[in-house]
Design a protein around this ligand. Structure first.
Ligand code: PLP
Ligand code: ZN
Length: 416
């Protein structure tokens, strides 16, 4: 049983509707398409109890996700921990901080597992046998892993010079990996051509309306894990700008179908200064962004021409949120801060999100007594290059008790 009514043009002065099919652009106005649902039917059918009785995966919200049938790929994805970050609260001088931790997402340690589960299940519903994507790293990891699980043929297109963890994390699955010389924006333009030419399911191109809906589960889980309430603030990293719009959409949908109270959440966006088209526009009060040439170590969010940048700006402004960016130096400090307070190792994008949260608290944009959720979207094991030079030095000794005694002395450790 599906509540999807089809696709709908996002441009408010167009709004044309289409039956379900693998397209992402409106033929009439070139606006972006979005999945539409019958919310009245969902409201009548869905309850907190029904959801709570289901398995702990993102598919416990399946009425609000865009499949016609049960998921066939990634049934176990989602329901990652939301934790109260007491140590980080002390470090930030803030009273109520939570971390939504997709650094431990199954199967590939980033929130992209969510969008890929939806996209590949949908690709199968449409009858595709080949799936592909343009990736800044994490998407490729997840498409490769879940394509193998689903027995789908797979092509991953990525900038040739990504971090080793991202390249190995895709190639390990034995799929077709194509490195392109050039940045993500060049890879993405090229893939639009490939998608037309070969008719494959490109998860973030022709399947984009379905794919993007998977990010809503990140927001659904936050609300349920807070005891069915929306936080006052969410901070999210932005690459193409999709995740942030879907967190907002998820919280508004839950209120719309009566699962949480109307509780407007201020949504804040985070980018690296070296690739900050969206934050630059928000800070300048512009409705449109100017594309940039990325220059930052936060490769997973280095998209100079973000597909959903316009909508991200709109959501940030409408929700009363803000946007900030941080330097590579600050993002590395953000990684260390989260690791050393909460025991969570996140990748460069997570460092950006933590550092931006700190900045927004210091600016008073996130008041110290209002709840905030920090969106941690990826795992530190994949971007070790970013921190390896600044780790605390480890001690190396022989397996010898006297040497260890001397070491404790040097470290000023007092043993009773
Ligand atoms: C892709 C990605 C994002 C941003 O996603 P968008 O929806 O494109 O804005 C954030 N964090 C990580 C780790 C990612 O891989
Ligand atoms: Zn249109």
């Amino acid at each position: 049983m599906s509540y999807v009514t089809g696709l709908k043009c996002r441009e408010t002065d167009c709004g044309r509707e289409y039956p379900n099919q693998p397209i992402h652009i409106c033929d009439y106005c070139f606006g972006k398409l979005e999945v539409a649902y019958d919310y009245e039917a969902i409201r009548a059918d869905l309850s907190r109890e029904k959801i709570a009785a289901r398995a702990p995966s993102m598919w416990r919200y399946r009425e609000l996700l865009p499949l016609d049938h049960e998921p066939t790929v990634g049934r176990e994805v989602g329901f990652t921990p939301l934790l109260r970050a007491r140590n980080l609260e002390r470090a930030l001088g803030h009273g109520e901080v939570y971390v939504k931790n997709d650094a431990v997402s199954y199967p590939t340690l980033s929130f992209k597992d969510r969008v890929v589960s939806v996209a590949l299940s949908k690709a199968r519903e449409f009858g595709f046998d080949t799936v592909a994507c343009a990736t800044t790293g994490n998407l490729g990891n997840s498409v490769a892993a879940q394509a193998v699980q689903a027995g789908l043929r797979c092509f991953i297109f990525m900038p040739a010079d990504l971090e080793a963890g991202k390249i190995v994390g895709t190639s390990i699955y034995g799929v077709n990996v194509v490195g392109i010389s050039g940045n993500y924006d060049a890879v993405n333009r090229f893939c639009t051509e490939v998608a037309d030419r070969y008719g494959w399911a490109f998860v973030n191109i022709n399947l984009r309306p379905y794919y993007a809906e998977g990010s809503k589960a990140f927001g659904f889980e936050i609300a349920e894990q807070l005891g069915w309430r929306a936080p006052q603030h969410v901070v999210a990293p932005m690459a193409g700008g999709s995740l942030i719009t879907k967190i907002d959409k998820a919280l508004r949908e839950l209120a719309h179908v009566g699962l949480i109270d109307e509780a407007p959440t201020q949504v804040h966006g985070a980018q690296a200064t070296g690739c900050s088209p969206i934050t630059t526009a928000v800070k300048a009060g512009e409705e449109l962004f100017t594309p940039q040439r990325p220059d930052t170590i936060a490769r997973s969010i280095a998209i100079g021409n973000p597909a959903d940048g316009f909508y991200a700006i709109e959501v940030i402004r409408r929700s009363g949120g803000w946007a900030e960016d941080v330097t590579d130096e600050e993002l590395v400090e953000g990684i260390s801060l989260l690791a050393e307070t909460e025991g969570i190792s996140t990748e460069t994008a997570g460092g950006v999100t933590v550092a931006v949260t700190k900045k927004l608290i210091e600016q008073g944009r996130i008041p110290a007594d209002e709840s905030v959720v920090i969106s941690i979207t990826g795992n530190g094991l994949k971007t070790q290059e970013a921190v390896v030079d600044r780790l605390r030095e480890r001690s190396i000794i022989e397996a010898d008790a006297d040497q260890f005694d001397r070491l404790l002395n040097q470290l000023h450790v007092i043993v009773a």
